[in-house]
Design a protein around this ligand. Structure first.
Ligand code: C2E
Ligand code: MG
Ligand code: MG
Length: 890
């Protein structure tokens, strides 16, 4: 074998280069395992080469002695080079004997062990570090020495500075030329940083994967040609096709042409700008659903522009889209509503300026929308109402509460307008009122009907005066306000003394006119601050506040009585109607509104009962009287049932011969504890309360029974006269009732005469005539009672079927003393004669009266001269011919 230094050196340097390459590789981060294994193999190769080189060198030395020294030099050089190499390695390098004793270690390892080479050579690591710090290291060496297999290990330990480190250690067995393992070469390096970087990278990747897994969006990676490179999604059903099919395809192969080109345009844009956001795309998915996606793109730079890719984040926004569409639809609907609303709709901002005005509002103002938008009410249209408007708007902005109010004004043409304005606050995201929306409705018509209703509810339609309700309200106001004042107030009740008669007889139209005239007269008597009200019927009330003195009230009362003394002109006729006035004073009589009215009423009734045409102040005794009156009413109601009524009969006599030809039935009430009560003490009450219906029927039945009894078996007939009150003619059943009673009692019609008053005949109404004609047709006779005291309209004598005139007692009693009365009676007698009517003189008390009457052609008389009214039994025993002498005169 030739000793060729140059060649050997070249071989050595090649090996060194090999080691350099390994070192380089160790320095670069890369796939740990594989690389390590690869490096181990190369190191082994290098070590074998080194060893072969060494053996060659030894052979060379043995064979060529002469080249020995040069060879040694070469070896020394090679050793130096190895050392230089080993000592400058950034990795550590060590050689261990097969028992793990250290043969060599480079400075890096010295630094790690913290021990110089001189201290460690020949010692195993466990001897050096009895704390077991490098335990795995030693056992790995022994393992490699034993098996001859390369090994590697990751060594974790803590440095002397207390820093945890990770080392990667590669172990290679070294063999001699006989292939016996002589040592183990260890090469290692600190991979702590790399591990940490790997760890960080792993964390980052985990995080990214977690994010992708967490978001519901789909993430695509596409290349510039629109080819799908990657897809991440939790919802594969949202893909246009299954993921496996999708990958590798381009957009135009997956999406419809239009969508594909839209997506391609977005890629182009992202390519230029880096990102694209907010694009939307509509897709029909394989499951048949149509869905909307919103996507954003980001360009991901590759190593070269050719390898750039695009990340597309696509979100299913179908639901949002649907809601948007619904909202848009709503918005359209509302807009149509608002724009076509007949109500005015305006939105105001915080400065009270209009930000929206609907067409109807715009049409109301000259200049329209342009004149209104951006303006405050006070700027357009201005005026006092605008200030009220602004005040209300300000209130709603401040309170955040809805409000409403009515705005009234007069149009140029004089029309009254009224709008109901509702104000609603509109809140912003922070809960503050950002706008106020006002909706105005034209309620002018409503207002008119409200006024009408108010008029109807609080005013009397006939006279236009306030009604009872309105009066009471004003009274309550006064009684609640006047507290503490020194002045009086008064309630005055006015009732017309003869209204009922006029209304019953002259008809309701005339009655209504009378009420209107009376109202006008009352208004003339009071001050402007007083209230004249009509309570109904002929009942008027006056509320007089601020009265300093009772005398004022007396003056007013006198004035009212005077005004009613003047005749009323009704239906071309003069009618006299007096009135009665009652007064109650606030506060002396009462402070309670209801009581004041009640007391004034009592006072009025007292005035009426005292004869009418007078006024009276309330006093406590009146309450007592009123109570008595109420008691009377309730007892009279029961009088019929309790059989307390009696009929007395006053005979009617022929003046010539004193023969009894009939009698008048006169009602009496035998009232327990009181005695016999005459009719004028309870008939008016019975008429007022309607009790007259029952009473009248009872009287008729009794009279019929008496007539039937007295006439039974007699040839000359005895006529019983019954008084009928005007009220009884208002009950429709009068005629049939009389018919039934005649039948029931067996009384013949010619035995019965009905006495009516003149006033009844003044009624223009035909029903009275019809009723009287019907009674007459039944065979009854009709008499006019108290003739001459009524309305003295003689025309009715011809019009109605009258059989008898009863000359009133007031005339008869004066015939002998007063020439004028005597003439009147004569005139009556001659009229009756002409009309073929019988005459009965009432209240004949003296022989002179009887003589006068007889001398002037009167045939029948009734009066105390012949008999007082008698009980039925007395009447039955009365002789037919009365024996009269001067002693019977009263
Ligand atoms: P009248 O129908 O004019 O009855 C005659 C009244 O004059 C009776 O009073 C009678 O007692 C009274 N009288 C008769 N002769 C004389 C006399 O010579 N001198 C005086 N000073 N008086 C005399 P009475 O019974 O108190 O009746 C009063 C009125 O009550 C009646 O007046 C009549 O209008 C009414 N009345 C009586 N009974 C009834 C009845 O059943 N129904 C109705 N509706 N009214 C009745
Ligand atoms: Mg009578
Ligand atoms: Mg009479």
């Amino acid at each position: 074998m030739r000793f060729d230094v140059t060649q050997r050196t070249e071989q050595f340097l090649n090996i060194v280069r090999g080691i350099d390459a390994v070192v380089m590789e160790l320095r670069t981060p890369g796939e740990g395992e594989v690389r390590n294994r690869r490096m181990a193999r190369r190191l082994q190769t290098l070590s074998q080469c080194l060893r072969a080189l060494g053996a060659q060198l030894a052979a060379d030395i043995a064979v060529q002695n002469d080249g020995h020294s040069r060879m040694r030099e070469t070896l020394a050089a090679s050793e130096r080079q190895f050392r230089t190499l080993a000592e400058n390695l950034p990795n550590y390098l060590a050689r261990h004997a097969t028992g793990a004793e250290i043969v060599y270690l480079n400075p890096r390892l010295e630094a790690i062990f913290g021990l110089g080479i001189d201290k460690v050579v020949g010692k195993a690591p466990s001897q050096l570090f009895p704390d077991g710090r490098f335990e795995g290291y030693e056992s790995a060496i022994l393992e490699v020495a034993r098996t001859g297999e390369e090994g590697q290990l990751e060594l974790r330990f803590t440095t002397q500075e207390g820093e945890p480190r990770i080392h990667h250690v590669q172990l290679v067995p070294e063999r001699d030329e006989t292939d016996v393992i002589v040592s183990v070469l260890v090469i290692g390096g600190d991979i702590t940083e790399r591990r940490r970087a790997e760890q960080d990278l792993k964390h980052a990747l985990d995080f990214a994967e977690g994010v992708i897994a967490a978001i519901p969006d789909i993430l695509f990676e596409l290349d510039r040609d629109g080819r799908y490179l990657n897809v991440w999604t939790k919802n594969p059903e949202l893909l246009a096709m299954p993921k496996e099919e999708l990958l590798g395809k381009t957009l135009d192969e997956v999406l419809p042409a239009q969508q594909a080109s839209a997506a391609m345009r977005s890629i182009g844009m992202a390519d230029r700008q880096g990102v694209t956001v907010g694009e939307t795309l509509m897709l029909d998915l394989p499951d048949g659903s149509r869905r909307w996606f919103e996507y954003s793109l980001a360009k991901k730079l590759g190593e070269t522009p050719a390898t750039d890719t695009f990340l597309i984040l696509s979100r299913d926004v179908t639901e949002r889209k649907r809601i948007e569409e619904v909202l848009a639809g709503r918005e359209r609907e509302f807009r149509t509503l608002v724009e076509n609303s007949p109500d005015t709709i305006v939105r105001y901002d915080k400065e009270l300026r209009r930000v929206y005005v609907n067409p109807i509002s715009a049409a109301l103002v000259e200049g329209g929308l342009a004149a209104l938008i951006g303006k405050k009410p006070s700027e357009c249209p201005g005026g006092p109402n605008a200030l009220i408007y602004e005040e209300k708007l300000t209130e709603v902005f401040a309170s955040g509460k809805a409000a409403e109010f009515e705005l009234s004004w007069t149009e140029k043409d004089g029309a009254q307008c009224c709008h109901l304005i509702k104000l609603a606050p509109e809140f912003g995201v922070h809960g503050t009122v950002e706008h106020v929306l006002t909706v105005g409705r034209d309620i002018s018509e409503l207002q008119v009907s409200r006024q009408k209703i108010h008029q109807m509810a609080f005013y009397d339609p006939l006279t236009g005066l306030p009604n009872r309700t309105e009066f009471n309200e004003r009274l309550v106001r006064i009684t609640s306000e006047a507290g503490g004042q020194r002045k009086f107030a008064s309630v005055m009740m006015i009732d017309m003394d003869r209204f009922k008669g006029i209304n019953d007889t002259m008809g309701h139209a005339v009655g209504d006119q009378l009420l209107r005239d009376a109202a006008a007269r009352l208004n003339l008597c009071v001050r402007s601050c007083d209230t004249v009200a009509r309570f109904g019927g002929d009942e008027f009330a006056i509320l007089l506040p601020d009265i300093c003195d009772r005398a004022v009230l007396e003056d007013i009362s006198v004035m009212i009585l005077g005004k009613f003394d003047e005749p009323f002109y009704l239906n071309g006729r003069e009618v006299y109607v007096s009135c009665s006035v009652g007064l109650a004073l606030y506060p002396p009589d009462s402070v309670v509104a209801d009581d004041l009215v009640k007391y004034a009423d009592l006072a009025m009734y007292a005035a009426k009962r005292a004869g009418g045409r007078s006024f009276r102040f309330y006093s406590k005794e009146l309450t007592v009287d009123a109570t008595a009156y109420l008691l009377l009413e309730s007892e009279l109601r029961r009088a019929v049932e309790r059989d307390e009524l009696e009929l007395h009969y006053q005979p009617k006599v022929l003046l010539d011969g004193n023969q009894v030809i009939g009698s008048e039935a006169l009602l009496r009430w035998r009232r327990p504890g009181v005695g016999l009560v005459p009719p004028n003490q309870f008939i008016p009450l019975a008429e007022e309360t309607g009790l007259i219906a029952d009473l009248g029927k009872w009287v008729l039945r009794e009279a019929c029974l008496a007539a039937a009894e007295w006439n039974a078996g007699r040839t000359a007939c005895h006529t019983v006269a019954v008084n009928l009150s005007a009220r009884q003619f208002q009950f429709r059943d009068l005629v049939p009732m009389v018919g039934e009673l005649l039948e029931e009692t067996g009384c013949r019609p010619e035995w019965l005469e009905l006495e009516i008053t003149e006033s009844l005949l003044l009624e223009e109404d035909d029903t009275i005539l019809d009723t009287l004609s019907a009674l007459k047709a039944m065979g009854l006779s009709i008499a006019i009672d108290d003739f001459g005291t009524g309305y003295s309209a003689l025309s009715y004598l011809a019009r109605f079927p009258i059989d008898t005139l009863k000359i009133d007692r007031s005339f008869v009693q004066k015939v002998t003393t007063d020439r004028r009365h005597a003439e009147l009676v004569k005139a009556i007698l001659s009229i009756a004669r002409c009309l073929g009517q019988q005459v009965v003189a009432e209240g004949v008390e003296t022989a002179e009266q009887a003589d006068f009457l007889l001398a002037n052609g009167c045939q029948v008389a009734q009066g105390f001269r012949y008999s007082k009214p008698l009980a039925k039994s007395d009447m039955a025993t009365l002789p037919r011919l009365l024996e009269l002498d001067a002693a019977t005169e009263p």
